[in-house]
Every structure is written in structure tokens, then in C-alpha cells.
Write a protein that binds this ligand. Structure first.
Ligand SMILES: Nc1ncnc2c1ncn2[C@@H]1O[C@H](COP(=O)(O)OP(=O)(O)O)[C@@H](O)[C@H]1O
Ligand SMILES: [Mg+2]
Length: 369
């Protein structure tokens, strides 16, 4: 087991005009479960492949423990990778699939057998060791792929969307199993997913990437409560944070002709920077419904009732009676949600508004908690 460091790691594919991963700085602690998340094409797999040694780093350094592995071939890095498609050998049994890398490495048969049985026990695969992959369910194949990584007792596990071939229910169950297994084994793990719920539920910390740039790396709680910029704010959380353009005034923001009170420190910081507009963010659960005349009016267009929760999607009505895009998402009382077509009056709870610079997208809300 070991810590992992990306130090200004950059990768530009041959013929590409810009780096797919750009000056990535990331320190992953020994035993940590770090998730790399971001939209398709943001550079997640590339970051992982750089660490695995499957791509040549263009600039910068990668270290595993105190070893500089930047130019080492994959087999000398002492890591095990789990891919999305599992890449199992169809003609080999589960046991042979799991032990194959050890056999190639010249390990004795007895030792291989012991390790395979231990891993099979951990993964509940003991009854299936003599089967071929085609006689297994998707979830069992996924566990064989995990087993193949575990038997090697590597310094780190690298996983690239290992759950994406499973159906929704199994995915939820398996993500809990993988997180629990990782905690039990304590092996440093870098896990790639495009699914922010997976990222938030599994990671000790989560690194958010966009266009090859690291946006923020933090605990799930901090990413949610204090997103560093408007992109992270919109990407983390489901349903997503409401993000609207506002004009700044003394002590607040003008939103469709209504004044929304904002933290003084945020307004002052923006005014000092010469800004007159900002992006205001508030989560669906950060609103309360208030009496007419207080807050801002929203005409409800759709109501989603989920049982434990209910969400109203609606349009802000301006002081002059026009409606403004985008649709706002409001979490409402699931026992008495508003009706479609109704106008509700909405206030953002004190301290729960997020303010981002219109120019840079960066968070300007001062810390108040
Ligand atoms: N082998 C390759 N050659 C050229 N460009 C690539 C290659 N692999 C990925 N890319 C590009 O690099 C960017 C990041 O890709 P990738 O790391 O696969 O993203 P992600 O895993 O986040 O979806 C994308 O723009 C993609 O098109
Ligand atoms: Mg990918």
C-alpha cells in the first residue's frame, strides 16, 4: 500500500491541440479511496491510464509511495486495474482467471491456489471457482474482475467505471460492497466514474475534472456545501443546484425584479472586483415557501413526487409579470406539494445561497460555517 502523487502531470495525445489532462496536481493518501469524476471526455480514464503506465506522460511526474514511476512500464508499478468490461478470459475458469497474473509472474502453484481461495472467500465466489465466465451473472463477473486485482496484493487498485455494465439495482448494491471491501483491505484506490452519486457515496475524497483541469478535490460534504466554482456546484448534487444570473445591488441580488438578500461579504467582494453581475446558486432544499409579497414568485410547471421527497419545477415570474428561464427546482413538502399551475413564493434560507463570479465562475461567498 502506498500514497500516490500526481505532480503537474500532463498528457497531450499525439496530434491533439490541447492536453487531455492538464497539469494535474493530486495527492492521494495511503489507504484512501479517491474518486475521479466528471463528464464524458474530461480526462478521467486518461488520468488513470497515466498512473497505470498505459499512456506516456507528456510533462510532470507520477509517484507511487516514494518511487517515481513516471517512466516505468505498467508491470513494474505494482498496481492492479479493474476495467469496465472486466476483460475476463472466456476459456478459463474463474480460478484460472483470478490466478492468471500470478502464474505469469512465476508464482508457485500452491501459493496461487491459497491466494485465489482467500480472495474467493472475501468475494463470495467460492462455489463458482470451476465455472467459466459465461456461466456467471454480471455481478459475479464483476467480482471475478475484483478478485483478479485482489490476489495480486498490489500497492493500489485502479478502477475505471467498473459498475457501468450492471443494471441500476445491482450497481447500487455493488458500489456498497466495493466501498466496504476497500475499507477492509485498506488498499489505496483510485476509482473513475461519470456518476456523481457513485462518487459521493464511495469516495473518502472526490476529485472533479472538467476539460482536463482539476476543478476541486475535497470530501463529499465539502464539495456539496462549498463548491469551488459554478461548474462543481452544478455537477455535484441531484437534482442539481439552481444557478441563475443576477444583478448586484446594495446588500443583495436582483432576480427578475425581486431582491434576494445575499451575504454582505460576497456582495462586497464582487463589487471590489468591479463586478455588477454574478451567478447565484441555491440547492433545491435551500428554499422555503413563504407568503405572497415575501420572496420571489415561481409558477409551478411540473411536480415530481418520489414518496420521501417531492420536487416542484417552476418558472420565476418577474416584477412585470414575465417568466424567466431556466426552470427552478424546489424541494417541497412531499405530504402537501403545490399543484401544477400554482404560483408559490420562494425564499432562499439565510446562509444557503452560493455566489459565483460571472467572469471566472469562482465561488465568492465567504465562509460562514
Ligand atoms: N487514444 C487517444 N487519442 C487521442 N485522443 C484521446 C485518446 N483517448 C482519449 N482521447 C481524448 O482525450 C480526452 C479525454 O478522454 P478520456 O480520458 O477517455 O475521458 P473520460 O474517461 O473522462 O471520458 C477526450 O477528449 C478524448 O477524446
Ligand atoms: Mg473514461
Amino acid at each position: 500500500m502506498a500514497a500516490i502523487t500526481y505532480d503537474h502531470a500532463t498528457l497531450t495525445y499525439p496530434g491533439a491541440t490541447r492536453p487531455s489532462v492538464n497539469a494535474l496536481d493530486l495527492e492521494i493518501a495511503d489507504g484512501e479511496f479517491l474518486v475521479l469524476v466528471g463528464p464524458s471526455g474530461c480526462g478521467k480514464s486518461t488520468s488513470l491510464r497515466m498512473l497505470a503506465g498505459l499512456e506516456d506522460v507528456t510533462e510532470g511526474t507520477i509517484r507511487i509511495g516514494d518511487r517515481d514511476v513516471t517512466h516505468l512500464p505498467p508491470k513494474e508499478r505494482d498496481i492492479a486495474m479493474v476495467f469496465q468490461n472486466y476483460a475476463l478470459y472466456p476459456h478459463m475458469t474463474v480460478a484460472d482467471n483470478m490466478g492468471f497474473a500470478l502464474k505469469i509472474a512465476g508464482m508457485k502453484k500452491d501459493e496461487i491456489g491459497t491466494r485465489v481461495r482467500e480472495a474467493a472467500k472475501i468475494l463470495d465466489l467460492e462455489p463458482y471457482l470451476d465455472r467459466k465466465p459465461k456461466a456467471l451473472s454480471g455481478g459475479q463477473r464483476q467480482r471475478v474482475a475484483m478478485g483478479r486485482a485482489i490476489v495480486r496484493s498490489p500497492q493500489a487498485f485502479l478502477m475505471d467505471e467498473p459498475l457501468s455494465n450492471l443494471d441500476a439495482k445491482l450497481r447500487v448494491q455493488t458500489r456498497t460492497e466495493i466501498a466496504a471491501l476497500q475499507r477492509r483491505l485498506g488498499v489505496t484506490t483510485v476509482y473513475v466514474t461519470h456518476d456523481q452519486v457513485e462518487a459521493m457515496t464511495m469516495g473518502d475524497r472526490v476529485a472533479v475534472l472538467k476539460d482536463g483541469f482539476l476543478q476541486q478535490v475535497d470530501t463529499p460534504r465539502n464539495l456539496y456545501d462549498k463548491p469551488a466554482n459554478a461548474f462543481v456546484a452544478g455537477f455535484i448534487g441531484s437534482p442539481a443546484m439552481n444557478l441563475v444570473d443576477v444583478e448586484l445591488t446594495e446588500g443583495g441580488a436582483r432576480l427578475g425584479g425581486h431582491t434576494v438578500p445575499l451575504q454582505r461579504s460576497a456582495v462586497a467582494a464582487l463589487a471590489d472586483a468591479g463586478g455588477r453581475t454574478a451567478t447565484l446558486g441555491f440547492r433545491p432544499e435551500s428554499v422555503e415557501l413563504v407568503r405572497a409579497g415575501e420572496g420571489f414568485p415561481v409558477e409551478v410547471v411540473v411536480v415530481e413526487e418520489l414518496g420521501s421527497d417531492a420536487y416542484a419545477y417552476g418558472r420565476l415570474t418577474t416584477a412585470t409579470g414575465q417568466t424567466v428561464d431556466p426552470l427552478l427546482t424546489l424541494r417541497v413538502d412531499p405530504r402537501k406539494p403545490p399543484a401544477k399551475g400554482e404560483t408559490v413564493h420562494v425564499a432562499i434560507r439565510a446562509g444557503e445561497g452560493h455566489v459565483f463570479s460571472s467572469e471566472s465562475g469562482r465561488r465568492v461567498t465567504a465562509d460562514e460555517r
